[in-house]
Every structure is written in structure tokens, then in C-alpha cells.
Design a protein. Structure first.
Length: 76
């Protein structure tokens, strides 16, 4: 059984995690410098970003499971 599909799924999760960490750090700097404050737009963007992460976990997980059912990986 190959680890490539699971590696691809985990690499995508790592990219999403790094992006979340980076954007959170940038937001903290904006708030501490007084340039921007959180509000309705921030909440809306956080809902969208959380939805992106949840959709990736759900549909990416399904993709990884289906990938292992293909002939290339022997099927179940």
C-alpha cells in the first residue's frame, strides 16, 4: 500500500495550517499597531476560513479513502 495519497492529504493540511498561522500572526500585528480592529468583516472571514478547513478535511479525507480503492493501490 502506498503512502502517496495520505502524504498528499497531510501536505495539504500542512499548507492550510501554515497559512492559518501566518495570517493569524499578521492580524495580531495589525491589531496591536492600531491599524485595524476586529469586527463584522473579521468574523465573516473567519467563518469562511473555518469552512474552507472543514471542507478540506471532509472532502480531502474522502478523496484519500477513494484513492486507496483504485486498482493502482489494490482496492479493498
Amino acid at each position: 500500500m502506498s503512502f502517496i495519497p495520505m502524504g498528499m492529504f497531510l501536505a495539504g493540511g500542512a499548507v492550510l495550517g501554515f497559512t492559518t498561522w501566518l495570517l493569524d500572526g499578521i492580524l495580531d500585528e495589525f491589531i496591536s499597531s492600531g491599524i485595524s480592529e476586529t469586527g463584522d468583516v473579521y468574523s465573516f472571514i473567519m467563518f469562511i476560513w473555518t469552512g474552507v478547513i472543514v471542507a478540506y478535511v471532509v472532502f480531502g479525507g474522502l478523496w484519500a479513502i477513494r484513492k486507496y480503492n483504485e486498482k493502482e493501490y489494490g482496492g479493498l
